[in-house]
Design a protein around this ligand. Structure first.
Ligand SMILES: [Zn+2]
Ligand SMILES: [Zn+2]
Length: 149
């Protein structure tokens, strides 16, 4: 596992560092984590890892193609290691949970706009919005409207 990670980092043209390893490991178990979550997950391996340092690592890995960054409206950027396929995301409007949605067609772009204004379209990034199972369960157990604060 460690060897495989090192090989991946190297073949992306990056130097292998403890920080890069720790960030990739954190995202292995927690896909779609934001920078703060990644930092907290990596702290076990790298005590003292700062948030700015985490961003530097995340940006380098994203630019090298090892990570994908998704930015659902109204939520901080999230990162994942599932790159290179044209999958989409479903985001919970209640709690912000994110999950993967496989591309219906499998190949990019899965959606063909009727007019592209001359653009050559290569990818389509779709965000589906809805309520996750936990929020649906909470909704059905609540008999009254949630209290406004
Ligand atoms: Zn939810
Ligand atoms: Zn994903």
């Amino acid at each position: 596992m460690t060897i495989e990670l090192e090989t991946r980092i190297r073949s992306a043209g990056l130097r292998v560092t403890e920080q890069r390893m720790a960030v990739l490991r954190a995202l292995e178990t927690h896909p779609h984590a934001d920078a703060d979550e990644v930092r907290r997950l990596a702290l076990g391996e790298l005590p003292g890892l700062s948030l700015p340092a985490t961003y530097v690592v995340l940006n380098a890995l994203t630019e090298a193609g090892l990570l994908r960054r998704i930015e659902p409206a109204g939520s901080p950027a999230r990162y994942e290691r599932r790159v290179g396929d044209n999958h989409h995301h479903v985001v919970c409007t209640g709690c912000g949970a994110v999950d993967d949605v496989d591309c219906v067609h499998g190949a990019a772009p899965c959606l063909s706009p009727s007019s592209t204004s001359g653009f050559r379209v290569t990818t389509a990034e779709v965000t589906f919005w809805g309520l996750c199972p936990a929020c649906q369960a909470a909704e059905t157990t609540t008999t009254t409207e949630p209290e406004r604060t």
